[in-house]
Design a protein around this ligand. Structure first.
Ligand code: HEC
Length: 98
């Protein structure tokens, strides 16, 4: 039997299938800036912004203005396929918990 109450806790472990499918680690790493800011930098940057996850989920799905320099992130279609709102939520929760 599955314990549904675990939902939020599980969101903190890496959603590996999604991360692979969307090639997140092609440009990002957890702790070292590479082609893109590290997920720890991103998490630290947005830690005190309560609405950040909504903005970031939107950005992962439909794109938006770059916040970290001139290069912006490719859209889901160029990363490996469409991204559902649920999957975007899972990814953003994971990034912000680094
Ligand atoms: C082709 C390279 C590339 C891939 C693949 C990529 N990113 Fe990024 N990402 C970037 C760059 C460059 C930035 C910084 C530009 C910006 O602020 O939009 C960024 C920024 C971000 C940000 C911060 C956005 C902001 O507005 O502060 C998040 C969160 C993020 N990426 C998550 C992800 C996740 C999750 C994946 C996999 C689904 C992913 N990225 C895949 C290049 C990439």
């Amino acid at each position: 039997m599955l314990c549904v109450a675990d939902g939020e806790a599980q969101a903190q472990s890496e959603p590996t299938a999604l991360v692979d499918q969307q090639h997140c680690m092609f440009c990002h790493t957890v702790d070292a800036p590479f082609l893109a800011p590290s997920f720890q930098q991103i998490a630290a940057h947005y830690r005190n912004m309560p609405d950040a996850s909504v903005m970031l989920e939107q950005k992962l799905r439909v794109g938006g203005k770059a916040h970290w320099g001139d290069m912006s992130m490719p859209l889901p279609a160029d990363r490996g396929g469409p991204l559902s709102p649920e999957d975007a939520h899972t990814l953003v929760q994971w990034v912000l918990n680094q």
